[in-house]
Ligand binder design. Structure first.
Ligand SMILES: [Zn+2]
Ligand SMILES: [Zn+2]
Length: 284
C-alpha cells in the first residue's frame, strides 16, 4: 500500500512526464490542451491505449465540448470538480447542467468513471436545488438530453424531472412542444412514469438520492464522490461538511443515527452509526 509521501512524489513524476495534446471541439471553437501523459494514462485506460499503440502524441476529439474537456483536465489533476454553491441563477444552473452532461459524455468515452460520478452528482444537485422557484427551461433539458446515448443514466434524470414538472404545473405551463422530436425522449418519459409508480415517494425523482440509487445511475464507487470542496462566489473555500449516506448531499442537518433503528439515541447492542440528513431521517 502506497503511503502519502510516495503518492506525492509519484504525482510530481507524473506531472513532469512528456505532454500529449488533446484537441477538443471543431472548427473555430476547437481548443488544444496539453496534459502530462503519465498522469492522464494512470487515470484513463482509454488514453493509455490510445497513446500506447503508435507514436502519436496528439488526439482529436471533435465531438467533445472544449469547456467539458477543460473541466475534465482539472479533475484529472485534482480529483474533483468545483462549482459555485449557494443561491444560483437559472442561467448558472442551466450552464452547470449542460456542462455536466458534456463532461459525462467525454468521461464515458474516455473511461473516467470517477469523473462520471462527479458529473452525475452535480447534475443531481442542480436538478434538486430547491433554493429558488425557477424550473430548468425545457430547451436546456432538450440540449442536455441530446448529448446522451440510449444507455446513459442521465436520461432518467431528465425523464424524472419532466414527470415532476407535469405534476407541478398544468399542461399550459409546460412547453412540451420544445421537447418534441427529440429521439428517445418519449420512451424515457414513459420509463420515468413507470418508476414513479413503483418507487417509494421519498426516492423519486431518482436524482433526489444519488447515493441510494447509485446503481441505477451507474455511479461506480460504493460511496459516490462529490465535489469535496467548492468555490464560493463571494470568495473562500467552502468547509467540508458531512455528507448524508442516503442522498450524498452535504448539509448542516447531517447527524449520526443508529444504523439499526435509525434513532439518534437508542439502546441497541453493538451500535454502529450512519450519517443522515434531516430530509432522509425515517419518519418514526
Ligand atoms: Zn440525505
Ligand atoms: Zn438503535
Amino acid at each position: 500500500m502506497a503511503n502519502g509521501t510516495s503518492l506525492m512524489s509519484s504525482f510530481a513524476e507524473e506531472i513532469n512526464s512528456e505532454c500529449v495534446i488533446i484537441t477538443a471541439g471543431d472548427g473555430d471553437s476547437a481548443r488544444r490542451f496539453s496534459v502530462p501523459q503519465s498522469l492522464l494514462c494512470r487515470k484513463s485506460k482509454w488514453f493509455e491505449n490510445a497513446f500506447k499503440a503508435g507514436k502519436t502524441k496528439e488526439i482529436a476529439l471533435p465531438q467533445d465540448d472544449p469547456a467539458a474537456v477543460e473541466s475534465s483536465i482539472f479533475f484529472v489533476y485534482n480529483d474533483s470538480l468545483i462549482f459555485k454553491t449557494g443561491r444560483l441563477s437559472i442561467e448558472q444552473r442551466s450552464f452547470d447542467l449542460k456542462l455536466c452532461y458534456n463532461i459525462w459524455s467525454f468521461a464515458n468515452r474516455c473511461l473516467l468513471s470517477e469523473l462520471q460520478n462527479a458529473a452525475t452528482h452535480r447534475a443531481c444537485y442542480v436538478l434538486n436545488d430547491s433554493n429558488h422557484d425557477n424550473d430548468i427551461p425545457t430547451i436546456t433539458l432538450r440540449e442536455c438530453f441530446e448529448v446522451t446515448t440510449a444507455e446513459s443514466p442521465l436520461r432518467a434524470l431528465i425523464g424524472d424531472y419532466c414527470v415532476k414538472l407535469f405534476e407541478k404545473h398544468d399542461e399550459n405551463d409546460f412547453h412540451i412542444e420544445e421537447l418534441e422530436g427529440c429521439p428517445g425522449l418519449v420512451a424515457t418519459l414513459h420509463q420515468s412514469e413507470v418508476v414513479r409508480r413503483k418507487l417509494d415517494a421519498r426516492d423519486f425523482p431518482r436524482y433526489v438520492k444519488p447515493a441510494k440509487l447509485a446503481e441505477t445511475l451507474l455511479m461506480k464507487e460504493e460511496e459516490p464522490r462529490r465535489d469535496a470542496v467548492e468555490w464560493r462566489a463571494w470568495g473562500g473555500w467552502d468547509e467540508i461538511k458531512p455528507t448524508c449516506k442516503d442522498c450524498a448531499y452535504s448539509s448542516s442537518t447531517v447527524r449520526p443515527v443508529c444504523s439499526r433503528c435509525q434513532r439518534e439515541r437508542c439502546k441497541c447492542y453493538n451500535q454502529t452509526w450512519v450519517l443522515l440528513c434531516s430530509g432522509c431521517w425515517p419518519k418514526l
